[in-house]
Design a protein around this ligand. Structure first.
Ligand code: NCD
Length: 352
């Protein structure tokens, strides 16, 4: 794994080795405090963030490295119309690793084409969020010892929640994971995830109610309804507040079920649950910093990369997803991939 764009390429051996480094860091953080001395991370956030931005920065600082970057594109040359390509060429000249969050789907793959250092995606629109997934896998493993054999419920906005998409894509690689996908009919998982679940012969159930299913779950992954991804604000108003996890629901859950949430929460987890020992979301955020330390160490091993020379001219694009990066960065080479029996855009995974 040179660039962290999705976790599709991550082997089980790589996961176990990352997790083992993470455990060593958690046990003896002082042994790692100098490991990135002289290294610089560029942190480019084109979208709001609290945990992902701060935890990557804290991870680099705890490894003894330094951080440059922006958390608001309006203060960078992006506001003057600079292309993603040019910003990435520059940032990767100054830094040894680039962490980027961008509202366009496929932006992380696009950035990797022009970067001379590893790109770590901190989320590309409603598409994927691989480092949140590493955080989630770490948290589940710490609570339960293993990921194999769990019944996991995903609840909320499964259409737009990039953390959901990335986590499902990673969990299909583990043994006997059963998926309970709880959402309003308007917010079910995208087709590329459904095809992936089928391809891996996973048991998955798409349902609208949380109540009937809560007693069978080992992990409940709550998510917020993603207001910023709605085209129609009235639809958001209609769907917000559809699931609220409260004490009443928790009485029907297993004694050792864990509640996860990538955060921020709006109202989908009632504050009265915070003191329940099964509330894992704050511990989850803490784990995120340590696994990102392990990840930064891992990607820095690859050193500098020579990006391929790509044509600079405008290209006829194949993808019609209005949220895809190829719609705005017209110079990107059109690229396709295969998902199940469909041809998809390699950037955003939407069917072509
Ligand atoms: C999530 C994100 O940005 O996708 N938060 C995070 O990174 N921890 C979830 C969300 O915004 O709902």
């Amino acid at each position: 794994m040179r660039h962290i764009i999705s976790l599709d390429e991550m082997t089980m051996d790589e996961w176990h080795s990352l997790y083992s480094v993470c455990e060593q860091i958690m046990a003896h953080p002082e042994d790692f405090s100098d490991r990135c001395r002289t290294k610089i991370m560029a942190s480019l956030f084109y979208e709001p963030s609290t945990r992902t931005n701060l935890s990557h920065q804290a991870a680099m600082l705890r490894l003894g490295g330094s951080v440059i970057g922006f958390s608001d594109p309006q203060v960078s040359s992006v506001s003057k119309g600079e292309t993603l390509k040019d910003t990435i060429i520059m940032a990767s000249t100054y830094a040894d690793v680039v962490v980027m969050r961008n509202p366009k789907e496929g932006a992380a793959l696009a950035a990797s084409l022009y970067s001379s250092v590893p790109i770590i995606s901190a989320g590309d629109g409603g598409h994927l969020h691989p480092t949140q997934t590493l955080t989630d896998l770490t948290t589940i493993t710490r609570y339960r010892g293993s990921i194999d054999g769990i019944n996991i419920g995903f609840c909320g906005d499964l259409k737009n929640g990039r953390t959901v998409h990335s986590l499902i894509s990673a969990l299909v690689k583990f043994e006997n994971v059963n998926f309970y996908l709880i959402s309003p009919r308007e917010l079910t998982i995208p087709d590329f995830e459904r095809r992936l679940l089928k391809e891996h012969n996973c048991k998955f159930f798409e349902i609208t109610g949380l109540d009937p299913i809560i007693p069978v779950l080992d992990v409940l992954y709550m998510t917020r309804i993603q207001r910023e991804r709605f085209v129609d604000p009235l639809e958001y108003e209609r769907l917000k507040g559809v699931y609220i996890l409260d004490k009443g629901k928790m009485t029907r859950a297993k004694k050792d079920m864990i509640v996860l949430h990538p955060l921020p929460r709006v109202d989908e987890i009632s504050g009265e649950i915070d003191d329940d020992p099964r509330a894992g979301y704050f511990e989850q955020a803490r784990c995120g910093m340590f696994i990102r330390m392990a990840l930064i160490l891992h990607v820095l091993e690859s050193g500098r990369i020579r990006p391929e020379k790509l044509a600079a001219k405008e290209q006829p694009q194949l993808c019609h997803n209005s949220r895809c990066i190829t719609q705005t960065e017209k110079y990107l080479p059109p690229m396709t991939g295969i998902n199940g029996d469909k041809t998809v855009c390699a950037y955003c995974d939407k069917e072509i």
